[in-house]
Design a binder for this molecule. Structure first.
Ligand SMILES: Nc1ncnc2c1ncn2[C@@H]1O[C@H](COP(=O)(O)OP(=O)(O)OP(=O)(O)O)[C@@H](O)[C@H]1O
Ligand SMILES: [Mg+2]
Length: 368
C-alpha cells in the first residue's frame, strides 16, 4: 500500500524509483565501499534504503543518527556501538537465517558476551566502533558475506568529539567486506561534513556512489496517486488529482500524507489537503526552529520574502531590512547560504526559491 505513512520496507509498497534502486543494488553487488543517498526531506531516502536492503537479504545495520542526536544531543562512539549491538539482539533470528552468526562474529571482543538471544556489554566498558566493525568485517571475509552499515541522516555525525569522516575513510580503506551507506536531507550540510572536495580532508577523492532523489514529475505524481487510491479500491476524480499535484508538487511524503487522509481516513478532498498543510506546518516549524534559532526573526524574514515571491538577493535583502532592521551584506549572505545548505531554499540561476510547497506556505504565513 502506497499510502502508509511509515517509511516503506517492501518493494510492492514503493512506487517507481527503479533507476535509483537499481543504482543502489548495483553498488552493493559490486561491493562498492561508499554509497551516499541525497535528497530533501520527505523525498523517500529512508524508504529507498530500506526497500533495497529488504531486496538484498544481506546482513545490515541501519542506524538513525538523527534519532540518536535528538535523544542524546551528541553522537558518541558508544551510542553507535550500542545501537549496532541492540539491533543484533532485536533481529538475532533474522541474522541467523541469512547466515550471519553474531556469536561467532563478536566472539573476539572480550567485553561483549553473546548468549542465545541476548548480548551483554560489560558495564562501563568502552568498545571502539572501529574494533566492532573490524570484527564484523573479518567474519564476513571468512564466510563470503558482505555487510552493509547504514547511517541514516549522517550529517548529524558532526555533533560529536569523534571525527567520523576519519572513521568512515578508514573503513573504506580497510574493511573490504563492509559497504557504508550515508543518507542526508541537509544536503549541503552533509557535503560540508564529509568534505569530499577538500584535499585536506580524510574522505577527499574517495570513490563513492551518489544517488540523488528528486521530486516526482507530474506524470509520476499522478500515477502514484491513482495507483495508491486503486489499491484502496477508490477512484478519485482527475480534478482532485491535478489540484493535489498543483499544491503539493512531486514530494512523495506530502502526496502520501494526502493519500492517507483522503483514502484511509476518508476525508473530503479540501479537508485532506488542509490537513496536510496544517500538520506539515507543525513539523516544519519544529524542524526550522533548530536551524534558525540564533537569528530567528531574520531567517524567518528571508524565508517569508522568498515565499512571497521575491527571488533576487537584493529584493530579499530589502524586504529583510524593512522588516527587521539593518543587516550588513556579509551577514545577510551567510544567513541565505545557511538556508540553502539545509535545503530550505534552492539557488537556481541566481534566484532563490523555496522548493517544498508546504514549507513555502508555512513561511508565507509566518509572523515576523
Ligand atoms: N517511492 C515511494 N512510494 C511510496 N511511498 C513513498 C515512496 N517514497 C517515500 N514514500 C513515503 O513518503 C514518506 C517519506 O518517506 P521517507 O521517510 O522514506 O523519506 P525521507 O527522505 O527519509 O524523509 P526524512 O527526510 O523525513 O527522513 C513516507 O510516508 C514514505 O512511506
Ligand atoms: Mg529518512
Amino acid at each position: 500500500m502506497y499510502f502508509d505513512v511509515a517509511p516503506k520496507e517492501r518493494k510492492e509498497d514503493f512506487y517507481n524509483r527503479e533507476k535509483e534502486l537499481g543504482g543502489f543494488l548495483e553498488a552493493i553487488d559490486l561491493r562498492e565501499p561508499l554509497i551516499i543517498v541525497y535528497g530533501i526531506r520527505r523525498i523517500g531516502k529512508s524508504s529507498l534504503v530500506r526497500v533495497a536492503l529488504n531486496e538484498l537479504q544481506q546482513p545490515f545495520i541501519l542506524i538513525d543518527v538523527r534519532e540518536i542526536y535528538f535523544r542524546a544531543n551528541t553522537i558518541t562512539d558508544q551510542y553507535l556501538v550500542e545501537s549496532i549491538v541492540n539491533n543484533f539482539v532485536k533481529h538475532m533470528k533474522w541474522y541467523e537465517r541469512i547466515g550471519f552468526n553474531i556469536k561467532e562474529a563478536l566472539k573476539r571482543i572480550k567485553k561483549i558476551r553473546v548468549r542465545d538471544y541476548e548480548i551483554e556489554i560489560e558495564p562501563s566498558s568502552r568498545i571502539p566502533l572501529t574494533l566492532l566493525l573490524s570484527e564484523i568485517n573479518s567474519w564476513c571475509e571468512k564466510h563470503g558475506l558482505h555487510f552493509i552499515l547504514v547511517l541514516d541522516e549522517a550529517q548529524y555525525l558532526r555533533y560529536s568529539n569523534t571525527r567520523y569522516d576519519g572513521i568512515i575513510s578508514w573503513a573504506i580503506d580497510n574493511l573490504e567486506h563492509i559497504t557504508i551507506v550515508l543518507t542526508g536531507s541537509e544536503v549541503g550540510v552533509l557535503r560540508d561534513f564529509l568534505r569530499i572536495e577538500d584535499p585536506k580532508a580524510p574522505l577527499f577523492g574517495r570513490y563513492r556512489r551518489e544517488i540523488y532523489l528528486d521530486r516526482f514529475n507530474s506524470i509520476q505524481s499522478q500515477e502514484f496517486l491513482k495507483r495508491g487510491f486503486k489499491q484502496l479500491g477508490l477512484e478519485i476524480s482527475e480534478e482532485e488529482i491535478s489540484d493535489t499535484i498543483n499544491l503539493l508538487d512531486g514530494i512523495v511524503g506530502w502526496l502520501t500524507y494526502y493519500g492517507y487522509y483522503r483514502g484511509i481516513r476518508r476525508m473530503r478532498h479540501k479537508e485532506a489537503l488542509n490537513k496536510v498543510f496544517q500538520e506539515g506546518s507543525k513539523f516544519i516549524l519544529e524542524e526550522l526552529e533548530r536551524i534558525i534559532a540564533p537569528s530567528k526573526r531574520r531567517y524567518l524574514a528571508i524565508l517569508k520574502a522568498i515565499a512571497l515571491g521575491l527571488t533576487r538577493w537584493s529584493e530579499i535583502k530589502a524586504y529583510v531590512t524593512a522588516k527587521t532592521g539593518y543587516i550588513n551584506d556579509k551577514r545577510f549572505t551567510e544567513l541565505l547560504k545557511k538556508l540553502v545548505k539545509y535545503g530550505y531554499i534552492a539557488k537556481i540561476n541566481n534566484e532563490y526559491h523555496i522548493i517544498d510547497p508546504v514549507v513555502r506556505e508555512t513561511c508565507r504565513k509566518a509572523k515576523i
